[in-house]
Design a protein around this ligand. Structure first.
Ligand code: SAM
Length: 213
């Protein structure tokens, strides 16, 4: 299932920068061999992440939720030459695949893979951070945001994925599951947070972009 009309998505992809060949390969391999390929950011969202990163020109990027490394490679496209991207995932089974793709992209020295619970690892990553991508367990989004917010430099971005949660954020609160409740709380929290300027983009499953004031 796609998050928006398939024909419109294809039109948007056809009129956006091409998905780089290595990412096409990773996208295919993920769909063939890895559980829950819908978690991968994909062509359009990947190009958006790449463009944000190129605009910010980050020296330090932090990603929560590596999965098969697709979004990490998109974000790394904007890294400064001596920059570093920290990516965190609590599943170590995909590390060989990650190493293979990060090496093929010649990014193995600029992407550091952290394996474990992001709640334990995030506090050990020093600021200043220029760009954060939150894309892991939904009930911890607010915790992740609060751990990083004071390490993010003014003008830096915190981008969070799946904030529309297939439209479930519109459902009445009685019908809500824990993840929907957490995402609704997170969206409200960001919208009224004086430390950030926020825009919620209805791209794919909802991408919120918070700029540190
Ligand atoms: C949606 S996927 C990430 C997709 C990836 N960012 C992309 O766009 O290609 C979410 C990932 O978060 C990881 N995850 C879930 N809970 C976590 C936690 N508490 N700490 C670290 N990683 C976690 C999962 O193992 C999964 O690989």
């Amino acid at each position: 299932m796609e998050f928006i009309d398939e024909a419109l998505l294809k039109y948007a992809e056809d009129h956006s920068a091409k998905e780089p060949e290595l990412l096409q390969k990773l996208n295919r391999e993920t769909h063939l061999k890895v559980m829950q390929p819908r978690m991968l950011s994909g062509h359009l969202q990947g190009r958006i992440l790449s463009m944000f990163s190129k605009l910010v020109q980050p020296k330090t990027i932090v990603e929560v939720g590596t999965y098969t490394g697709y979004s990490a490679l998109c974000l790394a496209e904007g890294l400064q030459a001596n920059g570093l991207l920290h990516t965190i995932d609590n599943n170590d089974e995909r590390v060989p695949l990650l190493n293979r793709y990060f090496t093929e992209a010649r990014e193995q020295n600029r992407i550091r893979i952290h394996t474990g619970n992001a709640l334990d690892i995030l506090p050990s990553i020093d600021g200043p951070i220029d760009l954060v991508f939150i894309d892991a367990d939904k009930h911890n989004y607010k915790n992740y945001f609060n751990i990083v917010i004071d390490k993010v430099r003014p003008g830096g971005l915190i981008i969070s994925d799946n904030v529309l949660w297939s439209g479930k954020v519109l459902e009445s609160s009685k019908a809500n599951d824990v993840d929907t409740i957490a995402l609704k709380e997170f969206n409200d929290y960001l919208a009224s947070n004086p430390k950030v300027e926020i825009v919620l983009l209805p791209v794919r499953d909802g991408l919120s972009v918070a700029m540190r004031k």
